[in-house]
Design a protein around this ligand. Structure first.
Ligand SMILES: O=C[C@H](O)COP(=O)(O)O
Length: 249
């Protein structure tokens, strides 16, 4: 079932005290919402955030996980560790993970499989770099990222998948895709899914946009028919801005 979602990716920001105060502010603001509201604090603050948001509209989610069930992977976190805390949604494939930690489509396919085996929901990120867009290759790049990591799945797996289109050139740069560029790409993504899995799957998958979404541009971006919400970085670190984006629906 297609849902509207606003997810805040806090990335490597906020220690315990800042996490607690940001959640306190958010709880005062996000009482009800048309959209599902999620926050992704860093691993060390997940348990605290999970406890602090009980009985609220805010879901705490993870920024990453390993594909293995357990073992000698120093510094890594497994799906089972997340679900043992009550965390049932994970962001996978963020461009920062791809760029700085060499995450490949092959590794991401394995991570997606593991998450689904644990009945977790995946927010799967992808998007082209500036050079790809300048060369007019954005559709091919995005199509390949989706195909390589997701097209081995059966259609019903998409009940657990949310897609997040994040053009790399728009992340943290202040340069956002225009609402038209976002719509065009989201429609292309839905068409790509429909060709493989049929309209039912394609029309029920939520596709989020990420990349310099702010209170002043959220409403216009979210108004596009194939944009089902946003994955928010910088603006999710200020309660007032994040709440304004949530309220843009
Ligand atoms: O995960 C979020 C995206 O990387 C967007 O970040 P941003 O809103 O700071 O551009």
């Amino acid at each position: 079932m297609r849902k509207q979602i606003v997810a805040g990716n806090w990335k490597m920001n906020n220690g315990l005290i800042q996490t607690e105060s940001l959640i306190t502010e958010l709880k005062q603001q996000v009482k009800t919402s048309e959209a599902e509201v999620m926050i992704a604090p860093t691993f060390t603050n997940l348990w605290h955030a999970f406890q602090s948001t009980k009985n609220t509209h805010i879901e705490v989610i993870a920024q990453n996980m390993h594909f293995a069930e357990k073992g000698a992977y120093t510094g890594e976190i497994s799906a089972g560790m997340l679900t043992s805390l009550g965390i049932n949604t994970v962001i996978l494939g963020h461009s920062e993970r791809r760029a700085y930690f060499n995450e490949t489509d092959e590794a991401l396919a394995k991570k997606v499989d593991t998450a689904i085996a644990h009945d977790m929901r995946v927010i799967f990120c992808f998007g082209e770099e500036l050079a790809d867009r300048k060369a007019g290759n954005e559709d091919t790049v995005v199509e390949n990222q989706i195909k390589n990591a997701l097209f081995h799945l059966k259609g019903d797996a998409f009940n657990n998948i949310v897609l997040a289109y994040e053009p790399v050139w728009a992340i943290g740069t202040g340069e956002t895709a225009t609402p038209e560029q976002a719509q065009e790409m989201h429609a292309f993504i839905r068409k790509t899914l429909a060709e493989k899995y049929g309209n039912n799957v394609a029309n029920n998958v939520s596709i989020l946009y990420g990349g310099s979404v702010k209170p002043d541009n959220a409403k216009e971006i979210f108004s596009k028919p194939d944009v089902d919400g946003g994955l928010i970085g910088g603006a999710s670190l200020k309660a007032e801005d994040f709440y304004a984006i949530v309220n843009a629906f």
